[in-house]
Design a binder for this molecule. Structure first.
Ligand code: ATP
Length: 892
């Protein structure tokens, strides 16, 4: 017998599990040990050796090694060996850095891996999907990725999209009944759910029948594809830049060699000069440091509760111009409390907040619970929230809107026993498109009726009668106006409103949603408060200062949304509010015209979100959009940065997003943007530092040739500077704190090149000055030292290093070296000290002196070196930067 042919009891028996209490934790652990984690085997991972060798595939490294080989062939053994050792050390560093980045990305993946809700020892617990075992009883909810193969034993309107298995994207309605047929193909096994497929509607419970490679998807090996790790646009651009620099270096080298030989210099000497120049021009450390800076930045974001799922999001964050954020839970606390009830012509105040006790007051006088009983009882029956009591305290489980209703019902002395008197026959679940939920129930007298709860403006058009005390009256214009007026009044007080309606049904009557959700009887309204999160107001202001507009997108009533938007200072006086209804009747072009002035979109469905994203993008905006439900996925994908909620978000939304907020909080988006901007600026800082150093090195060599001096630096010295002295400070720049005005600058245009905002000029000008002072130091030492070449080279080597180590502080600011406190970044101080300390043995330790062709220096030499080295930084430090950080018209 196959799983789909068995009844749920048979499945339970075969898998040795009790349907009501689930597996025992101990049994589950034993099964996990036996079968291994519930995951698909990944394709063979490349070996560590392969990864290490890969480091040498870098184009720049190959050029360097080829040049070294030639130098070796020409008899420069020591140089060749030292160069190879330095390249080897550099590759080792690159390898470890890559490993670290890889590990942190794997950690990220684990953090955003799906969870499963399983029944163990009579308790519903949430565990990582890898720990699910055969026999686990598992909850499935709309938006979940199915984590193992299972037989569905209970379901409420569950539909599953199986395109990952079958290619068919239309969701299949599932059932829990056994199927009495032989040899059914898996798409026809409609009481089974398969790993990797997607719950698009409803909810249900299943028993796990297979995990890991035993599942259907595990057996179809072709489906296991590994996502290739992609370079971010910046990494791609820099890799391109590296290649351009190599070509330039080779051209420059050929030019110098030809020129030198033509001038009558020996070919061998000129070749050496060429190699030195090529080495000088290539920023060997750059690609590795960019990757490390990105992955360290991503780590910092995790600490701030933002998980980056796509590395490229880090760059896009800095360019974001509009954040479209959900209201409930992201801007508000999602802790709903019922404050008001409304029965036709009677407003009732509810006290007691989140507590299970409280009073009901009408016109400031306490009233009994009998009048509100029906409203709250129906509300409770039409919900899934429940109250779990422990000895001293209680916890409310479930959707916050429904939880608030259950709490208020308790205040009216209603309990689970009262709810259980109703047998639920059918349910049409709530979703953000329908904005309502319906249950068809039977009471103890076997009377059948539908309870419909939902947004008042969605339900009112479906209402025909109203309960006025015990009397049913027809809904006329007067009654409708009265109710609508009350809804408006509640919404103005920032209350979220829910209407409760009923409809008696006859046995055997059509129970389609179309039929039962019409001709309703209005019972009453429920008004709940969901206070804005305190910190959000400040975050919205900070975004505004950073040139980022915040837009509220909500399924809630326009007036409620407006009241909350005002409390958060989100909407200016001229700001518009549009509703889903407005959007339905608006041509795309008109929306595009209005979208820039609109700050709140209310009563929208997820499909509208997509429209809003597109209109904003058409106006040139870079849009960050939040979402949590299945239907939000298209808008999340279409936006420039899809943001999903770590706590309340569905797997589908998480998979479609680039950023996951662990705490579902709007403030985290603002911190992530700040961090994103900072990471990008830090990358610019070390590009500026490394390239200015390279320019300085090339120029000092060129000057020497032009003025007919010997070469001021030899290849090993240049490599030492590029790979060792420059490496640590560059890395420390990658960890730099943001500059004070980072969040007061407008967003960076997406198309902006790395060298924009004067960076190219800064690199060339500082590089030129570093080249000049190094050359002056070299030339004067050469003359004074009666043409003692090693002495002059040592002086040039030291001047270059010290000038760069001073220049590194200049790179921390867009404005001036004096704009920032150098002791703020202690990593940088440490890096500079260690780079200097590493130089000491090179010039004072004899064996190294031979390798690096250096001689010991005296105090006077050092005084000269330090004085000259300060010149480039001080000269530019005093000239206050004129260029504005950004030009307004550069913005998209
Ligand atoms: P957002 O998270 O997008 O800010 P929201 O949570 O307010 O919005 P929805 O969850 O789509 O938006 O809810 C829209 C409306 O549907 C609510 O204003 C409320 O009237 C009604 N509603 C919300 N939750 C339920 C529920 N569980 N059952 C019935 N109606 C509900």
């Amino acid at each position: 017998m196959k799983w789909y042919q068995m009844s749920s009891d048979q499945v339970c028996k075969k898998l040795a599990v009790d349907q009501n209490s689930g597996l025992k934790q101990k049994v589950a652990e034993e099964r996990l040990k036996k079968t291994g984690p519930n995951q698909l085997a990944e394709n063979d991972k490349p070996s560590l050796w392969f990864l290490f060798i890969k480091q040498f595939q870098d184009f720049m490294v190959i050029v360097l090694l080829a040049a070294t080989l030639l130098a070796g062939l020409l008899g420069e053994y020591i140089d060749a060996i030292v160069i190879i050792i330095i390249v080897f050390i550099n590759s080792l560093l690159g390898f470890f850095q890559e490993q670290k980045a890889e590990k942190s990305l794997a950690k990220l993946k684990a953090l955003s891996a799906p969870l499963a809700h399983v029944l163990r020892d009579k308790q519903w617990v949430t565990i990582p999907s890898e720990e699910v075992v055969v026999g686990d009883i598992l909850k499935l909810t709309s938006g979940d990725r199915v984590v193992a193969d299972m037989r569905i034993i209970e379901e409420t309107g569950i539909a599953i999209e199986e395109s990952s298995l079958t290619g068919e994207s239309v969701p299949i309605n599932k059932s829990s009944e056994s199927i009495n047929q032989d040899d059914l193909d898996y798409p026809d096994q409609i009481n089974m759910a398969f790993m990797g497929t997607l719950v698009t509607n409803g909810h249900g419970i299943g028993i796990v029948t297979a995990t890991g490679m035993e599942t259907m998807v595990g057996q179809i090996a072709d489906l296991i594809v590994q996502t290739p790790s992609q370079q971010t646009p910046l990494e791609r651009r820099l890799a391109g830049l590296g290649k351009v620099l190599v070509v330039l270096a080779l051209l420059l080298t050929s030019f110098v060699v030809v020129l030198g030989v033509w001038q009558g210099n020996p070919i061998y000497e000129m070749f050496l000069a060429g190699v030195s120049l090529a080495v000088a021009a290539i920023p060997e450390g750059l690609p590795a440091i960019v990757t490390v800076a990105l992955s360290l930045g991503v780590q910092r974001m995790i600490k701030k509760k933002a998980i980056v799922r796509k590395l490229s999001a880090v760059e896009t964050l800095g360019s974001t111009t509009v954040i479209c954020s959900d209201k409930t839970g992201t801007m508000t606390e999602n802790k709903m409390t019922i404050e008001q009830l409304y029965l036709y012509k009677q407003s009732i105040e509810v006290t007691g907040g989140h507590q299970l006790t409280g009073a009901f007051k009408s016109a400031n006088r306490e009233i009994g619970t009998s009048s509100v009983r029906d409203l709250l009882l129906y509300g409770m029956v039409c919900s899934h929230a429940s109250i779990e009591r422990t000895k001293s305290t209680f916890q409310v489980e479930g959707d916050p809107t429904e939880a608030a209703i259950v709490v208020a019902a308790h205040k009216a002395s209603l309990s689970k026993q009262d709810k259980d008197k109703f047998r639920i026959i059918k349910e049409y679940p709530f979703d953000s498109d329908r904005k309502r939920m319906t249950v068809i129930v039977e009471n103890e007298k076997r009377e059948r009726f539908a309870i419909v709860k939902g947004a008042p403006d969605v339900l009112l058009p479906r209402v025909t009668t109203v309960m006025d005390k015990q009397r049913k009256v027809t809904l006329g214009t007067k009654e409708q106006k009265e109710i609508e007026g009350k809804v408006y009044q509640m919404a103005e007080q920032a209350l979220r409103t829910i209407a409760i309606c009923v409809k008696p049904l006859k046995q055997g009557q059509d129970d389609s949603s179309l039929s039962v959700e019409n001709q309703l009887t209005f019972i009453g309204l429920i008004g709940m408060i969901d206070p804005p999160r305190k910190e959000v107001k400040k975050a919205i202001k900070s975004c505004k200062n950073a040139g980022i507009k915040t837009v509220m997108i909500t399924g809630d009533h326009a007036v409620t949304a407006k009241a909350i938007a005002k409390q958060l200072n989100l909407i200016p006086s001229h700001g518009k509010i549009l509703t889903g209804h407005d959007l339905n009747n608006m041509p795309d072009r008109e929306l595009q015209e209005q979208v820039d002035d609109t700050y709140v979109f209310a009563r929208v469905t997820p499909a509208h979100k997509l429209k809003i994203v597109q209109a904003l993008q058409d106006n040139g905006h870079i849009v960050a959009m939040t979402g949590d439900g299945v239907n939000d996925a298209p808008a999340l994908k279409a936006s420039d940065i899809g943001i999903s909620m770590g706590q309340s978000g569905t797997d589908v939304a998480k998979e479609a997003s680039a950023l996951v907020l662990l705490d579902d909080n709007f403030t985290t988006i603002q911190s992530a943007i700040e961090e994103g901007r900072n990471i990008y600026e830090n990358i610019r800082k070390f590009i500026r530092y490394l390239l200015a150093s390279n320019v300085g090195e090339i120029l000092v060599m060129l000057f020497a040739m032009l003025f007919a001096f010997p070469l001021p630096l030899i290849p090993v010295q240049i490599l030492w500077v590029n790979l060792v002295t420059d490496g640590l400070p560059a890395l420390a720049l990658g960890l730099d704190q943001p500059e004070g005005d980072l969040m007061n600058r407008p967003p960076r245009p997406v198309k902006e090149g790395v060298f924009a905002r004067g960076l190219g000029f800064k690199i060339i000008s500082r590089g030129l000055l570093i080249g000049i002072v190094t050359f002056i130091a070299f030339a004067s030492a050469y003359q004074n030292g009666q043409h003692h070449l090693e002495y002059a080279r040592t002086i040039a080597f030291m001047t270059l290093v010290v000038a760069q180590l001073i220049h590194v502080f200049d790179c921390r600011s867009e404005h001036s070296v004096f704009a920032r406190n150098p002791f703020q970044n202690m990593y940088l101080i440490g890096a500079v000290i260690s780079s200097l300390a590493l130089l000491i043995p090179i010039i004072y330790f004899e064996p190294l002196q031979t390798i690096f062709s250096t001689v010991p220096l005296r105090t006077n030499d050092w005084i000269g070196i330090v004085t000259l080295s300060f010149i480039p930084t001080v000269l530019f430090g005093f000239t206050k930067s004129k260029e504005k950080a950004y030009n307004k018209k550069d913005r998209v």
